[in-house]
Design a protein around this ligand. Structure first.
Ligand code: ADP
Ligand code: MG
Length: 187
């Protein structure tokens, strides 16, 4: 029996939060999608609609474009994190992380790619915390996540994405939604 080298029997489902508030924001989202399509180990990819959102805190003059990608991957969580980091750097993001560590959402950035969930994994080390520790407070994450998979259950909180979104206090963070999701075609 021959097994293809990159075959894996059950890919993992990762949800990746995507944000940009600097430069040609839409093009950074599209380029990130294309980089992921071209990445060995990424088997399938889908995008939620794109939302325009107000920055939280001192995050620069421009609003964010935010969405979520659903990825089917034959990769470990840390492999995926490093791939996302390489794509951020390729898009011109400075190497140094903003002050405040994970979840700070401070500073303007061409592209921010965060692992929100990785299957139902609960994991923490110096590089990676999964589920993302702030996702359940953030409408700009929960809304696109809810478009993709409202019944996905947060492995620590035991609530679905739909329930987490319903539990958020009213905010004026979301300014609008684009009719088109990110496309993955090569230009
Ligand atoms: P932000 O929290 O605003 O997204 P960064 O993107 O600069 O800030 O992330 C800072 C650090 O957070 C990265 O160096 C990365 O190693 C770490 N990190 C921890 N957990 C995660 C996660 N779930 N997704 C992405 N990065 C994470
Ligand atoms: Mg990040």
């Amino acid at each position: 029996m021959r097994i293809a080298k990159d075959h894996c029997f059950r890919p993992s489902r990762a949800y990746v939060g995507v944000g940009s508030n600097l430069g040609d924001r839409m093009s950074y989202l599209a380029k990130a999608a294309r980089c992921l399509v071209d990445t060995a180990g990424v088997k399938a990819i889908q995008s939620a609609p794109i939302y325009e959102t107000r920055p939280v805190g001192p995050a620069g003059p421009d609003n964010f474009l935010n969405t979520v990608f659903a990825l089917d991957v034959c990769l470990s969580p840390l492999q995926l994190l490093r791939i996302l980091h390489d794509i951020e750097v390729l898009m011109g993001r400075p190497l140094a992380p903003p002050r405040g560590g994970v979840g700070s959402r401070t500073g303007a950035r061409t592209l921010d790619l965060d692992i929100l969930f990785f299957d139902d994994l609960v994991f923490q080390n110096d590089e990676l915390t999964v589920p993302h520790p702030h996702l359940h407070h953030r409408e700009f994450v929960l809304r696109p996540l809810n478009d993709l998979d409202p019944e996905f259950s947060h492995p620590e909180l035991g609530l679905t994405v739909r329930e987490l979104l319903a539990a958020l206090p009213p905010s004026e963070q979301i300014l609008g939604v684009f009719a088109e999701a990110v496309t993955f075609a090569h230009t």
